[in-house]
Ligand binder design. Structure first.
Ligand code: ADP
Ligand code: ASP
Ligand code: MG
Length: 446
């Protein structure tokens, strides 16, 4: 028997019209029994995401005028959806309850989660589905990390109970949140409804996890930067994780974990063009598929490089370990650390470093006694990812040819130890130009 979990992202729930498309997709296939939803997203480029408005509601809790303005725009969006779908739902008193909670301290996650909660409530009323709250089922520990095994178990038994009574109904699940041992709501990081979808897929032992969004799959590069990048038909979990971690935010990077362990494939699909094939994400790709050498490219701006130079650094046993300890102590994760015989660069996200920069630099001077210590902001990191690169000797030549032709200076290069990625660093001002130059790599076939 096939079992499909269908997760719909914010743009698929942005207004009544989009919600009608969701219903049509769900009812086009009886195997789509489990529906996971995000909060309503943007209706157009300049619109607000409901999650952002709800977070503002919390941030403005001491400023009544500003808060009221945000509240009114949330209210008008929901009144529009509820009246347009012609459902009977007292949305105003539901929203008043949320506003009241915003006055209390420590309700940020609760408020942020209400967009998903309301989406799931609305859908379950719209087509008589069964609403299944994730509070009390997806469990976060004291460090706000999910207890996956417990969550799978809880969801499995809750769904079995529902199906014993109502075998033919669709089950509608709000994404993005669960709760902790004190029964408080805890959210994932932004974009986290993708993770809920994966947890539900694993809990019900789904045969497929469909992730419905506003693009027809994962593209070779970010379509907001590069015009019409080709679509990726098949990609492995490992490649996808590399790309999403490095900035391809079409899927949250933690999505792969719950499903990859048991090999549930993920299919990225487009709610607005439901017949497009989209992208299949799986553990290994069928050998008949003709793949590209480079599967995809993703990147991010906003990194800082901290360069240390010290004569005979290589003879000081434990130098790197002591240096990394300084970053660990300040809870700053290190993205890369290219080394030379007497030099090492530590590359970190600028936004994480800034608040602690002086402490870290003082500590480095005191502990490591470098001859030179240099800090350089404005670095972009770009990952070129593909399992086929290991077998294609010319790949580094091809990469540097693309960059050379556009006169782009490379500030850093790191050949990932897995062999499936090449990481390059360029100036932030060259970020877009670099992605455009690398588009040519999509034409190299295995
Ligand atoms: P949803 O709200 O459905 O979860 P997201 O906004 O999280 O959707 O993800 C879809 C968006 O991801 C696309 O609209 C696109 O702008 C962006 N994106 C970034 N990189 C890529 C990529 N490589 N392929 C496809 N989309 C990408
Ligand atoms: N609504 C949340 C966000 O905007 C979660 C999600 O959409 O996946 O980040
Ligand atoms: Mg998303």
């Amino acid at each position: 028997m096939k079992k499909i979990v269908a997760k719909f992202g914010g743009s698929s729930l942005a207004d009544a019209n989009q919600i009608r498309k969701v219903k049509e997709i769900l009812f086009a296939n009886d195997d789509r029994k489990y529906c996971v939803v995000s909060a309503s997203g943007k209706r157009n480029k300049d619109d607000d995401k409901i999650t952002d408005l709800l977070i503002s509601l919390y941030n403005y809790r001491d400023d009544e005028d500003k808060q009221k303005k945000v509240f009114e725009s949330i209210k008008s969006r929901y009144i529009d959806i509820v009246s347009n779908l012609k459902i009977t739902y007292d949305i105003e008193s539901e929203l008043d309850k949320i506003l009241l909670e915003s006055k209390n301290k420590n309700t940020k996650d609760y408020l942020a989660s209400r967009g998903e909660y309301l989406s799931a409530k609305i859908l379950s009323l719209f087509f008589d589905g069964i609403f299944l709250d994730m509070s009390g089922l997806i469990i976060f520990d004291d460090n706000n990390k999910v207890d996956y095994e417990l969550s799978f178990k809880n969801i499995k038994s809750a769904i079995e109970n529902i199906e014993a009574k109502s075998p033919d109904k669709k089950i509608i699940i709000p994404g993005f949140y669960g709760s902790n041992s004190a029964n408080e709501i805890v959210t994932f990081s932004r974009g986290g409804s993708d993770i809920t979808g994966a947890i539900v897929a694993r809990a019900v032992e789904a045969t497929l996890y469909e992730n419905w969004t506003d693009v027809s799959g994962v593209m070779f590069e970010d379509p907001r930067v590069v015009k019409d990048p080709p679509n990726i038909e098949y990609i492995t979990y490992t490649e996808l994780r590399e790309l999403s971690y490095m900035g391809a935010n079409v899927l949250h990077e933690e999505t792969v974990y719950p499903v990859s362990k048991v090999g549930i494939p993920i299919n990225i699909l487009n709610t607005n063009v439901p017949n497009d094939k989209g992208t299949m994400i799986m553990s290994s790709i069928p050998s008949i598929v003709k793949r590209r050498v480079v599967t995809g490219i993703a990147g991010k701006k906003g990194f800082t490089s901290i360069l240390l130079q010290k004569t005979l650094m290589n003879e000081e046993v434990g130098f790197v370990a002591r240096l990394l300890k300084i970053f660990e102590k300040e809870k700053i994760s290190v993205e890369h650390c290219p080394t030379g015989i007497d030099t090492i660069s530590i590359i970190v996200r600028t936004e994480l470093l800034k608040a602690k920069e002086n402490i870290i630099l003082d500590e480095i001077k005191k502990e490591m006694k470098p001859d030179v210590l240099n800090v350089e902001d404005g670095l972009s990191i770009i990952a070129i990812v593909g399992e086929g690169m290991v077998y294609h000797k010319e790949i580094t030549y091809e990469i540097f040819k693309c960059l050379h032709e556009e006169n782009i200076g490379v500030k850093m290069i790191d050949l990932g130890s897995s062999g499936i990625n090449v990481i390059i660093g360029v100036n932030d001002s060259d970020y877009e130009k670099t992605l455009m130059a690398l588009k040519n790599l999509s034409s190299i076939k295995v």
